[in-house]
Write a protein that binds this ligand. Sequence first.
Ligand SMILES: Nc1nc2c(c(=O)[nH]1)N[C@H]1C(S)=C(S)[C@@H](COP(=O)(O)OP(=O)(O)OC[C@H]3O[C@@H](n4cnc5c(=O)[nH]c(N)nc54)[C@H](O)[C@@H]3O)O[C@H]1N2
Ligand SMILES: Nc1nc2c(c(=O)[nH]1)N[C@H]1C(S)=C(S)[C@@H](COP(=O)(O)OP(=O)(O)OC[C@H]3O[C@@H](n4cnc5c(=O)[nH]c(N)nc54)[C@H](O)[C@@H]3O)O[C@H]1N2
Ligand code: SF4
Ligand SMILES: [Mo]
Length: 729
Amino acid sequence: MRDATSQAETIPSLCRLCHAQCPVDVEVENGRTSRLRGARDNSVYEGFTCSKGRALPDLHASADRLLDSQVRRADGTHEPIPVARALDEIAQKIDRLLTTHGPRSVALYIGTHGYNNLLTTQVAGAFMEAIGSPMTFTSVTIDQPGKAISSALHGTWLGGPPTIEQADVWLATGTNPMHSMLGPVNPGRAFQRAKARGMKLVVIDPRRTEFARRADVHLQPRPGRDPAILAGMLRVILSEGLHDEAFLDRYAQGLDELRAAVEPFTPERVAAWADVPAEPLVAAARAYASGRRGVAVAGTGPNMAGRGNLTEYLSKVLMTVCGHWLQEGDVVTNPGVLIRWPERIAQAVGPADAWGFGERLRVRNLGDTAAGLPTAAAADEMLLEGDGRVRALINLGGNPLLAWPDQAKTHAALESLELLVSIDPTLSSTGRLSHYVVAPTMFFEAPGSSALSELLAAYVGWGYAQPYGQWAPTVVPTPQGSDLIDDWKALHGIAARLGKTLRVRPISVLDPAEQERHLVELTPGATLSSEDLWAELLREAPVPLDEVKSKPNGHVFAREATVQPSSPDATDRLEVGSVPMMEELAQIATEPSTRSTEPFPYRLISRRLPDLHNSSWHAHERRRRGGLSSPTFMNPDDLRALGLFPGQRIQITSAHATIVGVATEDQTLRRGVVAMPHCFGGVPGEDEETRVGGNTSRLSSTEVDYDPYTGIPRMSAIPVGIRAAPTSE
Ligand SMILES: Nc1nc2c(c(=O)[nH]1)N[C@H]1C(S)=C(S)[C@@H](COP(=O)(O)OP(=O)(O)OC[C@H]3O[C@@H](n4cnc5c(=O)[nH]c(N)nc54)[C@H](O)[C@@H]3O)O[C@H]1N2
Ligand SMILES: Nc1nc2c(c(=O)[nH]1)N[C@H]1C(S)=C(S)[C@@H](COP(=O)(O)OP(=O)(O)OC[C@H]3O[C@@H](n4cnc5c(=O)[nH]c(N)nc54)[C@H](O)[C@@H]3O)O[C@H]1N2
Ligand code: SF4
Ligand SMILES: [Mo]
């Protein structure tokens, strides 16, 4: 940290508002951040930042920021409480619940900002182990749970996928990295460069997104029909003999089952189901198979639109069928800097359990999965009386009231809790229901590293394409008079008061047994700083942390590797004909191509806004912009046909609920589709009054139309009706 009284100086750091972790140069004046810009000479990010990141100095100084922890009064309002006392009281309550009702009564939810802060994620895992509770929920199962489920069903290729610099073709289904940054870093530049060297881009999205506009082929289907499209592409590839027979022979199994399952998905039938013409579908399939190395990724859209496991699974199957993974002798462009990866070899690890193990939930026959415990059932676990009822929730950097599906149920569930604790720098909607809100330090008040972005490479198509790493020391002190705590220290503080030692796993992708050998013990009396803990948890980093620290602007380290040959006795194979997935395909094949749509003729899809991140800092933005309401995007022809006009308040009605939005023209949407960002609204009953607009989570029921394994209900492609809101609202 620098001297708080020094004059303006520029300090390299990294933005932590989202997972992209862009390197930034922060101007610090008198101990406060004044301005920020992208680090221009950084060769990986090339100066990239977004408007959200550039607002960080404002957020540090925001009037919406909590400088003290809060305790809820009997009348539902909050008052400041010293953090040490808050932790005393929280620990006492948890202790009583553990004694009276057992460990299952205490649950944890890790939200987006739990994940954005890796130290906290690691310590949170150890905390739950220490109190013996299996009830950890995360945003993963209401995000893209199909990723982990499909990996388990398909198996893993130890050679890894190609990066953006190596791919000849990139297939993206329902993801918009230009807004979401889920993909390579600085996605605009990365895709521009890849396309200039000849990479083909195929995008499947009902909206002609900023990304789809760059595509060689853009399929603009009805939402929720992605499995049929991908099955149709696989049928073209297999029937035209465009698959990689040698790769499949040696490393895969289930090809006959796959062939039979995709047979019904002729281009003509896919055209009828998904409303994409046969010609571009065939072109997309041929383009995909034409490359030597390729990527197929899916995003939140199809993961939330029903049968998300299948969309993710068929994406991986496309890569395998075409032999698009890195092969023996291929260069591994990022062998790891802060993260230790298993050695890259041209070898398969066969399928693993995707569900049916671990903790059972008490509703809908749900249980633990490869993506974790179903968060869509967390509210039921709080509401359902009887043994094992969840009575306390620690909400780590999430906002369940706005983000969990079925807002009305979530609201009732959170209100039923004996203890709700949020760790959040603002009084979020969930915070307003919380008995305690622990106020944490923010971004530049704590050290950070690029380990999170590097870890994202565990998912196909994400993360760094280079051996890049950055360390970011603390830049500014906490505001004068504040009483803040680093997130992980709050958990350590509670554990210490319970007399528990935390055994924290290192930050790596090593298998659990090996992680077990590198555990870091945090005893009740431990006095580590955040910097110390980073060093401990990154002890196994391939490039020593001190070396990364010596390059404060971020650096591409000289690390080279190639994919090594498989061991001669390896027998594992990738599964391309997984039984439950083939059964789902068979089911789709019997479904009618169109359904009766009245009274819900439109399909509401989810999308992100470039300048807002989920629910974070909405109150700040509302004040700054003099208002913020939930845009409901529709094709202008649909608006006209309904006699609606832009700016008009409209009602969006699903089979489950009605919400309000503001009609907004969007030429890029296909007709019949309505797109809305999530996380708007507030505590139910208040959002109409504050004219914020509705919370799309309210439209989903967790009890119908949900995935039987991860429990994720339909949160995109939701059948809805649209009409003008009564003027009295
Ligand atoms: N209908 C519908 N529902 C959805 C989605 C959708 O598209 N449609 N998307 C889903 C997805 S993908 C996700 S990931 C979830 C998101 O679910 P959540 O993670 O539960 O929601 P966020 O709004 O990201 O919550 C972030 C919280 O962290 C707080 N925060 C901000 N900065 C910090 C910090 O530095 N430290 C700490 N401790 N907290 C901080 C913010 O104030 C905010 O309250 O929502 C899911 N829900
Ligand atoms: N600016 C910004 N960045 C963010 C976030 C944010 O709120 N704002 N949130 C962060 C989070 S938590 C996440 S998980 C990621 C999400 O990252 P992405 O998955 O890339 O999310 P989106 O940008 O919403 O892109 C989803 C796309 O799916 C399309 N879509 C919707 N339904 C369907 C469907 O049924 N089929 C197909 N094929 N497409 C469909 C939508 O039109 C949209 O273009 O973004 C992260 N980054
Ligand atoms: S993309 Fe994410 S990390 Fe980069 S500046 Fe924007 S908010 Fe920050
Ligand atoms: Mo997410």
